[in-house]
Design a protein around this ligand. Structure first.
Ligand SMILES: [Fe+2]
Ligand SMILES: [Fe+2]
Length: 159
């Protein structure tokens, strides 16, 4: 970010980098959780859900990349140590169900994770609205994808 780009941000950049790093940590935990569950899921209906989890895991990884890019642009650094991811996340890591064929339980876990993500991005969107358009644009883009994720998983649950 150049001088003028920094000057138009009407919030503390340091504070924003902190918020974005917390969301960055959330995304890695979500990526790992979904990716892990897509590896181990078993049982009758496993194939569909495996593909689904795999696709959403990729979206979460993309969110982590987009956040890392913005953090760097702001002059910050994304968390370097994996040990810091859970410490800095907005919510503790949700353990995948022990029973890998319990699809309903898996869907409940991801629906809960998506609901948390929606809250986090909604908060950052409200904070940056009219004050930091670049961050606002990124977080509303991510927010709309989390909204889609929640809906996709809720639909699976209702079936
Ligand atoms: Fe995400
Ligand atoms: Fe998501």
């Amino acid at each position: 970010m150049g001088k003028q780009a920094r000057a138009i941000v009407d919030l503390s950049l340091k504070d924003l980098v902190k918020d974005l790093n917390k969301a960055y940590a959330d995304e890695w935990l979500a990526f790992y959780l979904y990716w892990y569950m897509s590896q181990v899921v078993s049982g009758k209906a496993y194939e569909g859900i495996k593909q689904f989890l795999d696709k959403i895991a990729k979206d979460e990884l993309e969110h982590a990349q987009e956040l890392a890019d913005l953090i760097c642009k702001m002059g910050g650094l994304p968390l370097a140590n994996p040990m810091d991811l859970e410490k800095n996340a907005n919510a503790p890591y949700m353990m995948p169900p022990k029973n890998s064929s319990d699809i309903n339980r898996i869907i409940r876990v991801v629906t809960e994770a998506e609901a948390q993500a929606i809250d986090v991005y909604n908060k950052i969107a409200k904070k940056t609205f009219g004050k930091d358009s670049v961050t606002y644009q990124l977080v509303t883009h991510i927010l709309s994808e989390e909204v889609d994720h929640e809906e996709m998983f809720e639909n699976l649950l209702e079936r």
